[in-house]
Design a protein around this ligand. Structure first.
Ligand SMILES: [Zn+2]
Length: 387
């Protein structure tokens, strides 16, 4: 048992760190400024910190930050991770303190997603350093381009990590420890029809838009079952109102906690395009013409499924129990960098930081939850070092 009064971090300082980070613009692909700031902070805290070459891989101006802090106690290395990029509108954020929460001024997002995670990690490192308390080796990864599709994490050289267990801090309620999440597929389907003048000879055309519309109408979308979802999110094509359109690109996704169901759902979605193309074939000049379907299905990330016996789950639950804080293992429908880490065999859970209404201008951070997660992470590392 670790005595409770040693479980302290400086919550005011952590909040100030968050406010500082929130004021630094860091839209996806433009994380350079915040990355430089964080590199300096991590080095000042005694970390061996570097930026990797993911910037070139993702087409952004900064890479992922990787930092290692030598252990001062027992225990295996622990990974702590959060992402540096934000969604739009996220430039010129002016954070406002409003009682027990921090919000934006209403014209932008706040960026608590995921600067609350960055601030917690910095404060925990600072607290260990100041108090000279034993901790296991700590590896910190701050990623770029999480929002557009976990791009930074996917470009990370995981061989650099020695930690097998750890936490991503990138979700809402501080009481939620996400240990299960779906795998996801991305679909991109290009329908190629045949162009024709819409007024002079429409019967010679095969409308790619009509085929795509028919295909989508045939699909089961939305919530397919308790663990599977599907969505068509983007559609673009056509050239002019008086031309039967010969090209449409449709993009969508499917997710499931069950990988077989995921493959089946993605296959069904693609099949709808082939069926629609066949149903809308035309006969012209003695020939049958039908739209050509080019479908690409790519696995975006694998599912996350940690057992309750996974070390990080044990550490977090024990830390919470000692603090009399409520933290429960939960399932999410979303994906985060933890999915990528776990795809490579690591055991990484995702703990909430108190952020709410993310990806909207109404986004806010609940300070009591933010503080709880800071204390849980600090205490979790003490757990890990005492095993
Ligand atoms: Zn996030």
């Amino acid at each position: 048992m670790i005595e409770p009064n040693a479980l302290m971090i400086d919550v005011d300082r952590m909040t100030e760190t968050f406010l500082t980070l929130a004021r630094i613009d860091s839209p996806s692909f433009e994380e350079r400024e915040i990355a430089e700031h964080l590199l300096a902070e991590l080095r000042a805290l005694g970390g061996d910190a570097t930026m990797d070459d993911a910037g070139a891989a993702v087409g952004g101006n900064a890479g992922n930050i990787f930092a290692r802090f030598a252990g001062t106690g027992r225990g295996p290395a622990v990974l702590l991770s959060a992402h540096m990029d934000t969604v739009s509108p996220g430039r010129g954020v002016r954070p406002v303190r409003d009682g027990q929460r921090i919000r934006s001024d209403g014209s932008t997002i706040l960026g608590a997603d995921d600067k609350s995670g960055l601030a917690i990690i910095l404060e925990v490192l600072r607290a260990f350093r100041e108090r000279k308390l034993p901790h296991p080796p700590i590896e910190v990864v701050f990623t770029v381009c999480e929002e557009p599709g976990l791009m930074g994490a996917k470009a990370l050289h995981l061989a650099r990590l020695s930690a097998q267990d750890g936490l991503v801090l990138d979700s809402g309620p501080a009481s939620s420890l996400f240990v299960r999440g779906p795998a996801a597929d991305r679909l991109e389907v290009t329908v190629r029809g045949r162009a024709a003048h819409a007024g002079v000879c429409p019967e010679r055309g095969v409308s790619a838009i009509q085929v795509a519309a028919d295909a989508i109408a045939r699909m089961a979308l939305g919530r397919i079952d308790h663990e599977t979802t599907a969505n068509i999110g983007l559609i673009e094509g056509g050239t002019a109102v008086n031309i039967v359109p010969d090209r449409v690109t449709v993009r969508g996704e499917a997710r499931s906690h069950d990988e077989e169901k995921l493959s089946a759902q993605s296959d069904r979605m693609v099949r709808c395009f082939h069926d629609a193309a066949a149903a809308r074939a035309i006969k012209t000049g003695g020939q049958t013409l039908q739209a050509n379907i080019e479908a690409k299905v790519t696995r975006d990330y694998n599912r996350m499924r940690l057992g309750e016996q996974a070390p990080v789950v044990q550490w977090v639950l024990e830390a919470a129990r000692q603090m009399k804080a409520t933290v429960r293992c939960e399932s999410t429908g979303g994906g985060c960098d933890a999915n990528v880490f776990n795809s490579h065999g690591l055991r990484i859970a995702n703990l909430g930081t108190g952020m709410r209404e993310i990806h909207t201008t109404g986004e806010y951070l609940l300070l009591d939850e933010f503080s709880q997660t800071g204390r849980v992470v600090f205490s979790m590392l003490r757990q890990a070092a005492s095993r």
